[in-house]
Design a protein around this ligand. Sequence first.
Ligand code: 6PG
Length: 481
Amino acid sequence: MSQSESPSATSPAQIGLIGLGTMGRNLALNIAEKGFSIAVYNRTSERTTSFHRDAGELADKIVPALDLGSFVKAIQSPRAIILMVPAGDAVDAQIEALRPLLDAEDLIIDAGNANYHDTNRRAANAEGGNGPRFMGIGVSGGEEGARHGPSIMGGGAQDAWNQVGHILEVISAKYEGEPCAAFLGAAGAGHLVKTVHNGIEYADMQMIAEVYGVMRDGLGMPSAEIGDVFAKLNEGILQSYLIEISAKVAGTNDPETGKPMLDIILDTAGQKGTGRWTAIEALMLGTPASAIEAAVAARNMSARLPERKTGETVFGAAPSQIREAEVSAETIEAALVAGKIICYAQGFDLILEAAKQYGWSMPLPEIARIWRNGCIIRSEMLNDMATALAEDPSRNLMLAPFFAGKLKETHQALRQLVSIAVLNGLPVPALSAALSYFDVMRTARSTANMLQGQRDFFGAHGFARTDKDGTDFHGPWALGN
Ligand code: 6PG
């Protein structure tokens, strides 16, 4: 069937989608708008009916199905079915419900924010049985991205991608005409990369929130002025969706009270889990992702509101007043540039380490390319990252000449901002974690010799010497003394 035909009883839909929540609805409209006919199904039929009714001129590309059997029958064979249901048990339940209705060559695509270990397990189950096949795709960009072009990170078998890749590329965001959708290899690869995307998203957001705190509490700036600073930053090297929306968030007033929105939003951050998974994976894989871990911890600390209030009563509020000369707009920009490079270096390093340990071939430059548009962390800097990773994907991004140059120019500003903040009691956990990572990674002779000495002292764990080959030397200390 050509891309422009309408679906009917004789020409079934080219693809199916289950789950008409915010993301599912918008993705289905995006698919229909790009000319593909699509069958849709939702657990509650009213939502399916109203979705079709409200689809306007796209309605004739959409086949609403009120039960799973007629949904499956409405899709052309071999079928491709996108699941947009909440991650976790709902995905397993949906696969089980579909399994008896599908053929071995049909394909189920989980497009939710799944844990990639679950995706690996589901793909392995599918391979072991009589089908259907299974793949996991990470989809980023929120509601707007789903509707008009998300970034899509695909994982699974090559033949599965061959079946649907053309549709995913057409519906994805574009960066200078190139689709922000790619096949990244192994089953869990797409969801792992989406998870790391979200970990970076947490760190990027947290660092912006920290400089907001320095401006609000240290420099005493009102929200609107802070919004102007972010708007200005968005015109330079930090141009990105997250800086852009931070400018808008800071610059908006509450229609009800007339106060700045930021002054009435409660300061406890929510999280659905993907940032936390990134930190967990970093720890499990033995990869330092300290800025991302600090951002996750910062959200957890933010949730401790009653304790924080008690803390302020017991210890008193931090002095926090700083002079503008100590932290200028230029310092803020440079500190954020350094922090950003470092947290992305950690994220890409995590992907690289996962690829090494799992024997996956992960195209790192391609990952940076498909993050250039559509996704939440989209930014101009990702274009330079794609170039740097193409030069040498296994080199820490900090050491790529372009970014090494940028860090040489900016790390003093990061140091300046972090030290002024720390001296004045302004919390900057992600920025200071980034600075510590930088300082450790530029120190050839670290202090882990002391750790090794301690380990050998209390547990005879052995150490390597700087002056001899071998790894199992011991100190002259008697056990325990
Ligand atoms: C995206 C977003 C999206 C969602 C996250 C954030 O890439 O489109 O990351 O997946 O906003 O789930 O979730 P939390 O901040 O609630 O963890």
